[in-house]
Structures are given as C-alpha cells and as structure tokens.
Design a protein around this ligand. Structure first.
Ligand code: SF4
Ligand code: SF4
Length: 113
C-alpha cells in the first residue's frame, strides 16, 4: 500500500497543506489575505474538506482565515485552485526522484555482478 504523509503549516497569511508520498510532494497553499470569503471553494470541494471560518468577526477586522481546511479530508484534487476567483489557492507538485534511485541501485547491482 502507498504510504501517504500529510501535514499542515502556517507562514504569515499562508496556510500550507502538504501531502507527501515516495513519488511526490504536493503543497496546497491558501493565502487568506487574498481570500474574498465568497465560499465558492467551500461549496465545490468534492471532499467537503473546506468550511467557512469566522466570517462575521473577519468582517469586523479579525485577522483569521475565511476558509478552514480539513487536512485529513482533502484529496489534493486542485479544484479549489482552479475555481477560486481571487487566486487565493495555489498548488505545487514536486516530483521526488525514485527513478534515479532505481537506476543507481540497478547500476550497483550490475557493478557487483
Ligand atoms: S473561492 Fe477563493 S476567494 Fe472564495 S472563499 Fe474560497 S479561497 Fe476565498
Ligand atoms: S484540493 Fe480538492 S479536496 Fe482539497 S480542499 Fe481543494 S477542492 Fe477540496
């Protein structure tokens, strides 16, 4: 079974949700400073991983995210990234290099033979 690690981090106004497997690392970056609180992403998330934050308090000046992410529920599908009208969500995918390791160990086996 494929091992999946998830974790969440905050950097300034950015909430970073991360998913790591042996093959790749995906980062879903939500910058709440850019968020207009329209809730489009909350309605469209297929995993119901997003919910509204304290919108009334934010309207009165509270510095908090308008959208809360449930890391366990998120499937890193990218729909929130594609549909957010203010580009508050971004996703980056970084491939890790299993093929290189495989090639190296294949080479080592050959050298020993
Ligand atoms: S769709 Fe974008 S602007 Fe609207 S609530 Fe979600 S993150 Fe904020
Ligand atoms: S990446 Fe997909 S599953 Fe995760 S919060 Fe966005 S829409 Fe929902």
């Amino acid at each position: 079974m494929m091992e999946i690690e998830k974790d969440m981090d905050a950097q300034g106004t950015h909430i970073l949700a991360k998913q790591k497997t042996k093959e790749r690392e995906i980062v879903l970056d939500y910058d709440y400073e850019k968020c207009a609180g329209c809730s489009i992403c909350v309605d469209l998330c297929p995993k119901k991983a997003l919910q509204e934050g304290p919108l009334q308090e934010i309207a009165k000046g509270l510095d908090a995210p308008a959208v809360l992410i449930d890391l366990d529920a998120c499937a890193f599908c990218g729909m929130c990234v594609n549909f957010c009208p203010t580009k508050a969500f971004k996703m980056t995918v970084r491939e890790r290099k299993p093929s290189l390791e495989t090639a190296e160990s294949a080479g080592a086996t050959e050298a020993q033979a």
